[in-house]
Design a protein around this ligand. Structure first.
Ligand code: BV8
Ligand code: ZN
Length: 255
């Protein structure tokens, strides 16, 4: 299999091989995870310095945890918001903006809630797990942006006074059905799919590459380490997304 993990071709030769598939592609889908923001200084979930390290996801990123202890859950999200507030997109985010400008039907599906893809200028963007800068009212359902750092210990709805929650998808919560349908369509139509910086553990996002591959897409994974996906992909690039993705853009469209 070309460019597969075992091949001893150089990375630039494998990137050029992938570029030959990317250049003529009219439909491209990209899935990103926390790894694409790691070089911006935002800890990933499951890495050694991971966000989940201090806490277990089941303890915090669930509706039950919020019902039981909204203060603790908000403390964790507020700590993450303060951490993210002064971080900027890195070359990997900008490389995807460059691809979006050059590929007719480009869809970026992100699991990240940090908002860095939007900040970098991505517009064909689907934030399937929500956005940490948005809040949702438990009473009137109002969704709005709230960029206060820090937040009041418990934030309340400016409209009705109801308790606010982060507008993100927690474990055990379904993804927005329209967003999921849009993603599924993009994955069905993709000729090439890039999977960047995700441990491919959380469903349904971890199945997206299989869906695309079944529909005929060529799959390229970019990660620091192998994942459950690596054995199935057409190209596996082990390295920093902030280095590899700009090299892919240059290999495909020139400097
Ligand atoms: C649902 C938002 C159904 C909140 C997140 C048993 C089997 C299968 C599934 C389940 C199961 N039990 C429960 C489930 C379902 C569950 C699930 O998948 N659990 C897993 C843990 C087994 N899924 C759900 O609950 C989903 N909903 O299934 O609903 C349903 C249907 C109808 C009605 C009711 C219910 C909802 C899941 C969404 C959870 N929300 N986040 C928040 O952020 O606080 S998940 C969170 O982890 C992130 O959003 C992200 O999506 C996810 C995965 O993390 P990654 O992004 O992959 O990050 P990670 O740290 O893991 O990995 C980073 C990677 O980057 C590493 O590989 C690393 O090597 C690499 N990297 C690091 N640096 C770099 C790099 N790569 C390149 N360059 C670098 N520089
Ligand atoms: Zn309200």
């Amino acid at each position: 299999m070309p460019g597969s993990p075992g091949s001893n071709q150089s990375i630039s030769a494998r990137l050029s091989e992938l570029a030959q598939h990317l250049l003529p592609a009219s439909h491209v889908a990209v899935l990103t995870g926390a790894g694409i923001s790691q070089e911006s200084g935002i800890p990933t979930f499951r890495g050694p310095e991971g966000l989940w390290r201090q806490y277990r996801p089941e303890e915090l990123a669930t509706p039950a945890a919020f019902r039981q202890n909204p203060r603790l859950v908000w403390e964790w999200y507020d700590w993450r918001r303060c951490l993210i507030a002064d971080k900027s997109p890195n070359p990997a985010h900008y490389a995807l903006v460059a691809l979006e400008a050059r590929i007719p039907e480009f869809t970026l599906i992100t699991q990240n809630v940090d908002g860095l893809h939007k900040l970098a200028g991505s517009t064909r963007l689907s934030e399937i797990h929500g956005n940490i800068w948005q809040v949702r009212c438990l009473d009137c359902g109002r969704v709005g942006e709230d960029r206060r750092v820090p937040l009041p210990l418990l934030p309340y709805c400016p409209e009705c006074g109801g308790l606010l929650r982060p507008n993100v998808v927690w474990f055990g919560e379904p993804l927005d059905v329209d967003i999921l349908n849009q993603a599924q369509l993009a994955l069905q139509q993709a000729q090439v799919m890039l999977v960047v910086g995700t441990s491919a553990l959380v469903q349904p996002a971890a199945s997206f590459a299989y869906w695309a591959q079944k529909a005929g897409a060529l799959i390229a994974e970019f990660n620091l380490e192998p994942t459950p996906l690596t054995g199935q992909v057409d190209f596996s690039f082990l390295g920093m997304a902030g280095e590899l993705l700009p090299q892919l853009v240059t290999a495909t469209f020139g400097a």
